[in-house]
Design a protein around this ligand. Structure first.
Ligand code: C5J
Length: 229
């Protein structure tokens, strides 16, 4: 057992039962010319997460942690895209339409793929999710249960949308989640702060909040604890 210094109190990490969950670090959200950029967002706010997430990913891979990536997107025929989601925002260019990096949030298109800096290694599961939550209409829960995973170290974008939704879903399914503040981001910095505050409020009502350094310390030479969780 290792200790991850976290708020509202230390997170007791059991590495053999922990997975790193990297949410939606896709070109459509993080790169100029993607879906996020087309909506008028400043993607540099999200790109700040790449370096710390990469450092943690390297440490997690060295420690033999299970690594799971997610991508938000839809089938090319859009049969899994609810009309309500397609219509939301009344955007001139929306999900399924042609964008600078191919059809927006459509599986198989360049913009839908994970950014090269964090690209999955062969064997690391990639969960294609049609919704904001990583558990909705996916096999993530089955994969985690079959691997004996009970704890999630969560990174990704955006803090208040897909990260928050996924952490709430995970919490309801009995997983302990620690969300790393510098490995998550929002196009709206105040939503990032509030998204994290909501997770750790009321004695970790949905989970814990920490950072990449504390997680890397725990995975390498971190403080040890003898008790079991
Ligand atoms: C959004 C996400 N914000 N990955 N997706 O539409 O947070």
């Amino acid at each position: 057992m290792s200790i991850v210094e976290a708020a509202p109190y230390d997170f007791e990490l059991a590495a053999p039962r922990a997975a790193m969950l990297i949410i939606d670090m896709q070109r459509d959200f993080l790169e100029p010319g993607g879906f996020g950029d087309a909506l008028g967002n400043d993607v540099s706010l999200l790109r700040k997460t790449i370096a710390p997430t990469r450092r943690l990913l390297d440490a997690a891979r060295r420690a033999g942690l299970t690594i799971i990536h997610t991508r938000e997107g839809h089938r090319p025929d859009l049969s899994d895209l609810p009309p309500a989601k397609k219509a939301r925002g009344r955007f001139a260019t929306g999900i399924g339409d042609a964008g600078p990096m191919g059809r927006i949030l459509v599986r198989g298109e360049p913009g839908h793929d994970i950014i090269p800096e964090l690209y999955p290694l062969p064997g690391e599961p990639v969960i294609d999710k049609p919704g904001k939550g990583a558990f909705h209409a996916t096999d993530l829960d089955a994969i985690l249960k079959n691997l004996g995973i009970t704890q999630l170290i969560v990174c990704g974008v955006t803090t208040e949308v897909c990260v928050n939704t996924s952490v709430r879903e995970a919490n309801d399914r009995g997983y302990r989640c620690v969300v790393l503040a510098d490995c998550c981001a929002s196009y709206f910095p105040e939503f990032h702060e509030m998204g994290l505050a909501m997770i750790k409020a009321q004695g970790a009502i949905f989970g814990w909040v920490s950072d990449s350094k504390a997680a890397i310390d725990a995975l390498t030479s971190g403080k040890r604890k003898l008790a079991s969780v």
